[in-house]
Design a binder for this molecule. Structure first.
Ligand SMILES: Cc1cc2nc3c(=O)[nH]c(=O)nc-3n(C[C@H](O)[C@H](O)[C@H](O)COP(=O)(O)OP(=O)(O)OC[C@H]3O[C@@H](n4cnc5c(N)ncnc54)[C@H](O)[C@@H]3O)c2cc1C
Length: 458
């Protein structure tokens, strides 16, 4: 591999790119990586990590209220957005440093620049104009927020990128979108005391998740004071003289707010990357087409993570990067199984889910047993909070195999991780039944749901 400057050049220092670069280097490859913004990528810099920190911050308002039911008297509460942003930024800077150091320690050469493809083996750095050749190139450039390009006034809206750095919290915000990012941010703003409206063009939020969970999360969000407008979308947005915004919707609503945030989806970040020069094929939305081994149609070029639009989650990008590096440089070929991915939505209340939704399960088999339990979590017997927890298990009635488990409630994301292991092992309902409960927990409901609430037979 000595004819090239590098054995591997990685474009993009996010979840997938960093993992691939480090593992390839561990296998002895000479690796270069280019990052145009900050190492760590979306997840660390302006995604999962700062988002979760904001979720923690926003939950305190309810914690203070709930404490009173347990005998506490909580004094005057004030919140400083500036302090939160500064603390978050400090943590993100620490993490970014770790990412850089870990790459350096693995002997990966870092280039702080945007990089583009020149051909199937050459990348060019835009900051210096330098070109490097590599036997293999990995594209791991992620995705970027999509704002409705045709919407008059779209220049006034923010996306999740800006939401992490607002100068001050608005009194009112409208979040447009129904996916997990929109739902999570609506919860964050609402918890921090912002008058929050969520507007979504579909009939129910969180498309793709189990219907019972979608409805439960929306109803609970509404109970917490978030106004949810469904089947509607913005038609235009105007800025007022005082800097505030007014959005008119197709349904005839006028929504005034200090900020309007769009979280209506993310597009693969593949524009102006030189893909055509190298002959790399993309689909209609710009996602790089890859095979199960993450190889593009060009033999020397691979792509992982959000830019391939498979399952746009950090652990998936990391897995794909790892599998690529082991396969190409470690003589250990393996492929990522995208069929069973446990995941969480940090909505308030939280959602954790693994396996098939009821709708998906019905497409595979018509004999299903559905187990459902909806109850008030123990904490709220004293706090008095009117919040439900929902657990739902979908079982193949012919084989007893658990096809999906879905949870809404405190720490549902934590539960999803371990439920993912059980489903990965092919757990049956009988396996859950013979597991002794952990008491008193909410999770014990998962092993004590004896009778199906519904028997669906084809
Ligand atoms: C608000 C938000 C919350 C999220 N929450 C979660 C969550 O809770 N859990 C979860 O699993 N996932 C979450 N995600 C998704 C997660 O962040 C992505 O799936 C993950 O970061 C994808 O990794 P990646 O390596 O494909 O791309 P990224 O992490 O986006 O990294 C791509 C990197 O490439 C750089 N880059 C782009 N083009 C170039 C170029 N030409 N040259 C050099 N560098 C370039 C970018 O600056 C970026 O750093 C969230 C995303 C957002 C936006």
């Amino acid at each position: 591999m000595t004819d090239y400057d590098y054995d591997l050049f990685v474009i993009g220092g996010g979840s997938g790119g960093v993992r691939a670069a480090r593992i390839a280097a561990t296998h002895g490859a000479r690796v270069g990586i280019a990052e145009e913004y900050r190492y760590g990528g979306t997840c660390v810099i302006r995604g999962c990590v700062p988002k979760k920190l904001f979720v923690y911050a926003s939950k305190f308002s309810e914690e203070f209220e709930d404490a009173e039911g347990f005998g506490w008297t909580v004094g005057e509460r004030t919140f400083s957005w500036e302090k939160l942003v500064a603390a978050k930024d400090q943590e993100i800077t620490r993490l970014e440093g770790l990412y850089r150091r870990n790459l350096e320690r693995s002997n990966v050469e870092l280039h702080d620049s945007r990089a583009v493809l020149e051909d199937a083996h050459t990348v060019r750095l835009l900051s210096t104009g330098q070109s490097f050749t590599a036997k293999y190139i990995l594209i791991a450039v992620g995705a970027s927020p999509n704002v409705d390009r045709d919407l008059p006034g779209n220049e006034h809206v923010i996306t999740s990128n800006e939401a992490f750095h607002l100068d001050h919290l608005p009194e009112k915000i409208v979040v447009a979108g129904g996916g997990y990012i929109a739902v999570e941010f609506a919860g964050i703003f609402n918890g921090l005391g912002v008058d929050t409206t969520l507007i979504y063009r579909g009939g129910e939020i969180l498309r793709g998740f189990d219907t019972d969970l979608r409805t439960t999360v929306r109803e609970e969000m509404e109970k917490k004071g978030i106004r949810v407008v469904l089947n509607d979308a913005f038609e235009k947005i105007e800025k007022q003289e005082d800097g505030s915004l007014v959005g008119r919707t197709k349904g005839g609503e006028t929504l005034a707010a200090g900020q309007i945030m769009f979280a209506i989806g993310r597009n693969p970040h593949s524009n102006d990357l030189g893909l055509e020069k190298a002959g790399v094929e993309t689909d209609g939305i710009g996602a790089i087409k890859v095979g199960p081994d993450s190889r593009t149609n060009v033999e020397s070029i691979y792509a992982v993570g959000d830019v391939t639009n498979r399952a746009n989650l950090t652990p998936v990008a990391i897995r794909e990067g790892h599998a690529f590096a082991d396969t190409v440089f470690g003589d250990k070929p393996w492929q990522v199984d995208h069929s069973l991915i446990a995941t969480a939505v940090f909505s308030q209340p939280e959602m954790g889910t693994v396996g098939l939704t009821q709708e998906e399960a019905l497409e595979r088999t018509s004999n299903l047993d559905i187990y459902k339990a909806s109850f008030r979590p123990m904490k709220h017997t004293l706090s008095g909070r009117d919040e439900k927890m929902l657990m739902k298990m979908i079982v193949d009635a012919d084989t007893d195999k658990v096809l999906g488990v879905h949870v809404v409630g405190p720490d549902a994301g934590e539960l999803a991780q371990i439920l993912g292991v059980t489903l990965q092992m092919g757990a049956t309902k009988a396996d859950f039944d013979r597991t002794i409960a952990v008491h008193p927990t909410a999770a014990e409901e998962l092993v004590t749901m004896r009778e199906p609430t519904e028997r669906l037979r084809g």
